[in-house]
Design a protein around this ligand. Structure first.
Ligand code: AMP
Length: 279
């Protein structure tokens, strides 16, 4: 695996591979990698693309400076994991490499309700920062395929909309959520859970599964409200539990074709999100 920090070095190398006929698959991450991240790499390798991962803790998508400070960073563990998954290239830039001073990269797109609901309510500015860094990284890496996890369903929906609005030819590949054996969605944040909260956190997935059974096509709001109560009763602090249209992210109605149950809850001082497609 080759590791690049500088944009120009990465681009020079990728250009030579593209000229040799290779296609590029890209998986952007913030590091502290787990098997869910590695699934993105494995899928990209399975698809026959040159697999490029990035590790970049993007400051512009953290609305809470404490969250940015607490975000785990462990490149010495990440690098062997990426090698084990068959990753070809790791791009590990500094903030100045991604956002050279004096240049403006902020995405100027209107995502409508997509970035206003759910996470948008609780993490103002988060998705603008996320879209900006994904767009910037796509411009640097210029992949044919972009691999992102279903775990961050709203993020994926916004990136899909961004690619559509920009008329981008990049193909977005949604990678299923990788879970621990007790159902907890893998997340870099899980390592910060206290033993008590680690034992409680699987209630999130259990409640999603309960919602899947309880949803009858016309009771999205009551299922969401009851799910909130279940999470609180278990000792979590839920922020939302919404059953939404998988495309518009608006509340599910009896006409909705694909319903996704999405949840965010605090487990102690760790904020966890998860979702499943319902029905
Ligand atoms: P992050 O490092 O949290 O920004 O995540 C980088 C990418 O990995 C995003 O596309 C995530 O959706 C994806 N990802 C994170 N956790 C999982 C998981 N448990 N299963 C599958 N993909 C994941």
């Amino acid at each position: 695996m080759l590791i690049f920090q500088k944009v120009a070095d990465l681009q020079r190398w990728l250009n030579s591979r593209r000229e040799a006929g290779e296609r590029v698959g890209f998986a952007p991450t913030m590091g502290a990698l787990h098997q869910g991240h590695l699934d993105l790499i494995r899928l990209s390798k399975n698809d026959g693309t040159l697999s490029v991962a990035s590790i970049f803790v993007n400051p512009t998508q953290f609305n809470d400076p404490k969250d940015l400070e607490k975000y785990p960073r462990m490149p010495e563990k990440d690098i062997p994991l990426l090698i084990s998954a068959g990753c070809d290239v790791l791009f590990m830039p500094t903030v100045e490499d991604v956002y050279p001073p004096g240049e403006e990269f902020t995405v100027k797109l209107d995502f409508g309700q997509l970035d206003e609901v759910m996470e948008g309510v609780f993490r103002p500015g988060h998705f603008l920062g996320m879209a900006t860094v994904v767009n910037r990284l796509l411009n640097i890496v210029q992949p044919q395929r972009l691999y992102m996890g279903q775990k961050d369903y709203q993020q994926l929906s916004i990136v899909r909309d961004m690619l559509r609005q920009l008329g981008s030819p990049v193909e977005l590949v949604m990678v299923p959520t990788r879970r621990e054996s007790d159902g907890l969605a893998m997340s870099s944040r899980n390592m910060r859970l206290t033993p008590d909260m680690r034992a409680t956190a699987p209630v999130i997935y259990q409640t999603l599964q309960w919602a899947n059974k309880a949803y009858n096509g016309s009771n999205a709001a009551t299922v969401g409200a009851e799910a909130m109560q279940k999470l609180a009763a278990a000792g979590l602090k839920p922020e939302y539990f919404d059953l939404v249209d998988g495309i518009t992210l608006l509340p599910a109605t009896p006409q909705t074709n694909m319903v996704v149950a999405c949840v965010a809850a605090w487990a102690g001082d760790v904020r966890l999100i998860d979702n499943i497609v319902v029905g």
